[in-house]
Design a protein around this ligand. Structure first.
Ligand SMILES: NC(=O)c1ccc[n+]([C@@H]2O[C@H](COP(=O)([O-])OP(=O)(O)OC[C@H]3O[C@@H](n4cnc5c(N)ncnc54)[C@H](OP(=O)(O)O)[C@@H]3O)[C@@H](O)[C@H]2O)c1
Length: 338
């Protein structure tokens, strides 16, 4: 075991898109578990859009990361030393252990890694937060049902790619919006979406959506906000549901973007719009992961991972994800699982 722990801390609050210099790679002494604690060796780190908000000081649902503090992040790791009878050495765990090679914890916030035949990394996406977000957002918040036309934005990403596939499994017609031709090809040809378009090369979003959804839109699963979301409102069907999952097009803006005022469409179509946070829905985790795991095992649900190697690559992987460099789930491999 090395005598030092490598960690990535927040060096500066970003202005606009984060830069690699907003992070600092430091070496600190290897932490030692006190009685009741365990030492966890990180194997995979998840990089996620919510981290952008935690780097700033603005109002949010969770406290910002302090300057000089280890960046917040979810990790799958292995218990390598245990002073806690609940955990034996070699146990795999997942939890918010941060951007670092080793972490000490009393284990109270950890969950077991129950990925079965699937790779352990899936505990950080389809069998973790992204999967639960997609499942709860689509089925509970948006109440998607057979025959609905569902539109999802950031459709080739971790959450969006699962949303579209759950919708297909439930007998919906699914259209995805993504940022490159290869992503559109991925969601249609590999994941079985009914259609999609590249918002970076499409001039008139509402017109393109109207071609792809001739009967209108019953469910919009919003991951991005901004002008993509604006384009959906005129096409809502009677009783439509909009789930506000994310607004990634706005996360790096220094000033809020002003948009058209579209709420009248909600009146005309008796439509409902609701924001949600996955952290309020952990009671649905057992059912969601059981179903998602079964769909994956039977080949009905496909996942793609994009893996950067080494803790030092985490800032670039995170910044790349914010700009759409990922297809599927962006992860960082911190160490090999032996
Ligand atoms: N409410 C919750 O509890 C909850 C939980 C998890 C995630 N989320 C939200 O869900 C969304 C997706 O998260 P994820 O983890 O699955 O990330 P992801 O989709 O795997 O990665 C983010 C994607 O956002 C797209 N993007 C970036 N800037 C954009 C822009 N200006 N306009 C349109 N698309 C843009 C990029 O794809 P393109 O190439 O298509 O642009 C990028 O790949 C995020 O908004 C996140 O904040 C919410």
């Amino acid at each position: 075991m090395t005598a030092t722990n490598r960690q990535i801390t927040l060096a500066a609050r970003p202005v606009g898109l984060p830069k690699e210099t907003d992070f600092r790679l430091i070496e600190s002494p290897m932490p030692e578990p006190a009685p009741g604690e365990i030492l966890v060796r990180s194997l995979f780190l998840s990089v996620d859009p919510y981290m952008r908000a935690r780097m700033g000081e603005g109002p949010n649902y969770a406290d910002p990361v302090g300057i000089g503090d280890v960046m917040v992040g979810e990790v799958v790791g292995e218990v390598v030393e245990s002073n806690n009878p609940r955990f034996s050495e070699g146990t795999l765990v997942a939890g918010l252990l941060g951007w670092q090679e080793y972490a000490v914890t009393d284990g109270s916030d950890l969950r077991p890694v129950l990925t079965g035949e699937a790779p352990i990394s899936t505990a950080l996406h389809v069998l973790g937060m992204a999967g639960l977000t997609a499942y709860v957002g689509l089925l509970d918040i948006c109440q998607a049902r057979e025959g609905d036309t569902v539109v999802v934005s950031a459709a080739a990403g971790a959450v969006g790619s699962i949303v579209g596939q759950i919708a297909r499994i439930h007998g919906c017609r699914v259209i995805g919006i993504a940022g490159s031709d290869s992503k559109v090809e991925f969601i249609v040809k590999e994941l079985g979406f009914d259609g999609g378009f590249n918002y970076k090369t499409t001039e008139h979003y509402t017109r393109r959506l109207a071609e792809l959804c001739p009967d209108g839109i019953d469910v919009y699963f919003d991951n991005v906000g901004g002008s993509i979301t604006d384009a959906v409102f005129p096409l809502l069907r009677l009783g439509a549901r909009i789930g506000i999952c994310g607004q990634i097009s706005q996360y790096n803006l220094e000033k809020p973007e002003l948009g058209p005022r579209l709420l009248a469409y909600l009146i005309i179509k008796r439509a409902r719009i609701q924001g949600f946070l996955v952290t309020d829905h952990f009671d649905r985790y057992p059912q969601a992961t059981a179903e998602l795991g079964a769909w994956m095992a039977s080949g009905r649900l496909k996942v793609r991972e994009q893996i950067a190697d080494g803790l030092e690559k985490a800032p670039a992987a995170f910044i790349g994800m914010l700009q759409g460099a990922n297809t599927g789930k962006q992860l960082v491999r911190i160490a090999e699982h032996e």
